[in-house]
Design a protein around this ligand. Structure first.
Ligand SMILES: Nc1ncnc2c1ncn2[C@@H]1O[C@H](COP(=O)(O)OP(=O)(O)O)[C@@H](O)[C@H]1O
Ligand SMILES: [Mg+2]
Length: 350
């Protein structure tokens, strides 16, 4: 466990999260526990640390490591009780130790009057009284369409701020920058890793390289220093591959298999499509919906609930990870065939 009582040294100015900060503040007026969920690198930790209802820097406890020494909850509770009148705790990176985090949060809330907790993780903790705030990637305009009033998108702004001093967004480079951010799915961590390369590789070329092999390009070299200022030096925060690999490690075998198979889809996926393309003797249809929901709960899939049903999608970098895994399983060709058959013959409107 990693305990940093002075998060000020790692505080960054947040870009494009005003709405989320307001929502978080509002939730904290009525809930004592708010969990920020979302995929790797979407900005959960950065948001929790910047929470506006904190009158003073919060105590931040990272649950990155699975073993929680027995005496920690008691010490933490004692510290929180004496430290502040309206104590506030950030329980960061709860996904690796879901049960431990849930028990810790529950016992602290019971022991410390007035305590409020902001937790972050790929999944909710699942304890009573918890409010969940899903965090989405940064806002990005659709291809070829600028934002209203010529506003710069939050994603492009982050790219500009994290790139070297020679980087400018004038002269039509706005759209190129947005396209680059789209290639990393608008994920702040992906944008920061890409920004390290904008000084040495032209934007359009960098985008093409990322589109071809996102996880191979978005790595940091030893000695690059931590990403952004929330960087912890932990390998899981230093490359998209390591970070998504960590999500993968936390999944059950059926979830990993479905994740790999779903990577043949380019966009939204209906239940019928998932079943047609992905179900077989190893991944039986009756349980498939559950597996989809579990991947959604783990922030591996984003979901859009519409009147005609739920549509799921793999964030672009998770898709790329799934593709690698599918190839390793030797299922690439057969799944592509099934997907092609589905779109040719069964897709409504095709
Ligand atoms: N809105 C934002 N503005 C500026 N930087 C951000 C923003 N969101 C995330 N970052 C940066 O992106 C990186 C990944 O964010 P982080 O909070 O660690 O993601 P998560 O906790 O969801 O995995 C960090 O270096 C962080 O400082
Ligand atoms: Mg985090």
């Amino acid at each position: 466990m990693h305990h940093s009582p002075d998060p000020q040294t790692t505080h960054t100015e947040l870009i494009g999260r005003d709405a989320e900060l307001t929502q978080l503040d509002t939730l904290l007026t009525t809930c004592r526990l708010v969990t920020l969920t979302g995929p790797a690198g979407v900005g959960k930790t950065a948001l929790a640390r910047a929470c506006g209802s904190l009158t003073r820097p919060p105590t931040v406890v990272s649950l990155d490591m699975l073993d929680l020494p027995e005496q920690v909850p008691g010490r933490l509770a004692a510290g929180l009780m004496t430290a502040a009148e309206r104590p506030m705790l950030v329980l960061d990176a709860c996904e690796g130790a879901a049960g431990v985090s849930a028990r810790l949060a529950g016992s602290l809330l019971a022991a410390v009057p007035g305590l409020r907790i902001v937790a972050t993780g790929r999944e909710r903790l699942g304890i009573p009284g918890e409010a969940v705030l899903p965090i989405r990637p940064l806002e990005l305009p659709p291809p070829g369409r600028p934002l209203d009033g010529g506003r710069r998108s939050a994603a492009a702004e982050l790219l500009a701020r994290r790139s070297g001093p020679g980087f400018t967004l004038g002269n039509g480079r706005e759209e190129e920058a947005a396209a680059l951010c789209r290639a990393v799915g608008g994920l702040p961590l992906g944008i920061e890793l890409a920004a390290r390369l904008t000084g040495s590789i032209p934007l359009a070329e960098l985008r093409a390289r990322i589109e071809a092999d996102p996880l191979g390009v978005l790595v940091s070299e030893p000695g690059d220093g931590p990403v952004g200022s929330a960087g912890t030096g932990h390998p899981r925060h230093e490359s998209m591959l390591a970070s998504i690999g960590w999500s993968h490690q936390l999944c059950q075998p059926a979830e990993r298999l479905l994740w790999a198979r779903l990577s043949v889809f380019g966009g939204e996926i209906s239940y019928e499509a998932a079943e047609y393309v992905c179900a077989d003797a190893h991944l039986r249809a009756p349980g498939l919906r559950d597996v989809l929901h579990r991947l959604e709960a783990r922030s591996v899939l984003s979901a859009d609930d519409r009147p005609d049903g739920t549509y799921w999608q793999l964030p672009v970098l998770y898709r790329s990870y799934g593709r690698r895994w599918l190839t390793r399983l030797g299922e690439d060709a057969s799944l592509r065939r099934r997907h092609a058959h589905y779109t040719r013959t069964l897709l409504p409107g095709a």
